[in-house]
Design a protein around this ligand. Structure first.
Ligand code: HEM
Length: 314
């Protein structure tokens, strides 16, 4: 692991630890030690089972935690359904037909209710699920202080204002600053979470066919990579919502440094006006043709040199 990319991945872990740090004073790692001592084991068991059928689930749960925390703090408000008093965040533009993993969170909650009824908050479940998802994908570890309370209100307006793929750098920085995040280190480091997971064609087509309104592709996209994306996301036809692309084509389901490596490997030749869309500019090497199961990160996980890192106060 070298230089800038390695530092950036470690920063990612630190930034996760920093996000929404204000509430940390009341939280503690031992919060459930007496009331639900197996909480981590139970979450891990349910997540591992879900992963057997859905290799993308760890990325989805990580994003769910981010989309929860960015809107009135980490209070599980993203999980609230429509009711007479709630307008659900699930249908906000950045979440609708995009945020996923809700049934797995329900399954975790059900397993925890069986073991220790009425004890573990959904906000803590999201925080633990994100941490375990990153770990099981071969990424760094961090400690998660617990004891978050679940919110009873949702905020659709704030959810609609989550960072978006068409936001420019200034807007992204404003949005990060508004929740107390550093506009350089946290923005860069947390963007590294796009080292795993998928992106729908609707968020890619501008880069393929009309970059910054030019009517041409993003010039920083590697030609081979662009051809591959164009196959999955044709200019006309195709399904822009259901056709999915790996955010990191080199190791799609591993939490590693390749999001940054892909960017760094392009930096020398790329335009400084590159968009901040999560799609990296160029894979370090050609995407693997191996089957999805062969690309799972378990073997990489044992090789990953991540230290136990930081303390999340999400
Ligand atoms: C910096 C601003 C960000 C923007 C503009 C952004 C945008 C996006 C977009 C457009 C997608 C694809 C969604 C889809 O196709 O349905 C995505 C996926 C994803 N994002 Fe972000 N994101 C940002 C920050 C973050 C952060 C801070 C995290 C976590 C720490 C994160 C984690 C993820 C993950 C893991 C996925 C893949 C999810 C899946 O496969 O289900 N993103 N992001």
């Amino acid at each position: 692991m070298g230089g800038a990319a390695a530092r950036a991945v470690l920063l990612l872990a630190a930034a996760v630890a920093a996000l929404v740090g204000g509430a940390s004073a009341q939280l503690s790692e031992e919060f459930y030690d007496r009331t639900c001592p197996d909480v981590h084991r139970i979450v891990r068991r349910v997540l591992k089972k879900a992963h057997q059928d859905d290799p993308r689930i760890f990325a989805s749960l990580t994003r769910l935690h981010f989309h929860d925390c960015f809107v009135q703090g980490c209070d599980a408000s993203i999980l609230l359904d429509n009711s007479t008093s709630i307008v659900s965040e699930k249908f906000a533009r950045p979440n609708n037909n995009s945020a996923r993993g809700y049934p797995v969170v329900d399954a975790v909650k059900a397993a925890l209710e069986e073991a220790c009824p009425g004890v573990v908050s959904c906000a803590d479940i999201l925080a633990i699920a994100a941490k375990i998802s990153v770990e099981l994908s071969g990424g760094p570890r961090w400690r998660v202080p617990l004891g978050r309370r679940d919110g009873t209100t949702a905020n659709l307006t704030a959810a609609n204002n989550l960072p978006g793929p068409r936001d420019n750098l200034t807007t992204l920085q404003q949005k990060f600053a508004a929740v107390g995040l550093d506009v350089v280190t946290d923005l860069v480091a947390l963007s590294g979470a796009h080292t795993f997971g998928r992106v729908q064609c609707q968020f890619v087509t501008d880069r393929l066919y009309n970059f910054s309104g030019t009517g041409r592709p993003d010039p920083t996209l590697d030609a081979g990579y662009r051809a591959q994306l164009a196959k999955s996301c044709p200019r006309r036809g195709g399904n822009r919502r259901t056709a999915l692309n790996d955010l990191d084509p080199t190791t799609p389901d591993a939490f590693d440094k390749n999001y940054f490596v892909n960017i760094v490997s392009t930096a020398a030749s790329s335009s400084p006006t590159r968009s901040y869309c999560p799609l990296p500019a160029r894979p370090r090497r050609r995407p693997s043709t191996a089957s999805p199961s062969a690309r799972r990160p378990s073997s990489r996980a044992s090789r990953a040199p991540w230290p136990t890192w930081g303390t999340s106060s999400f």
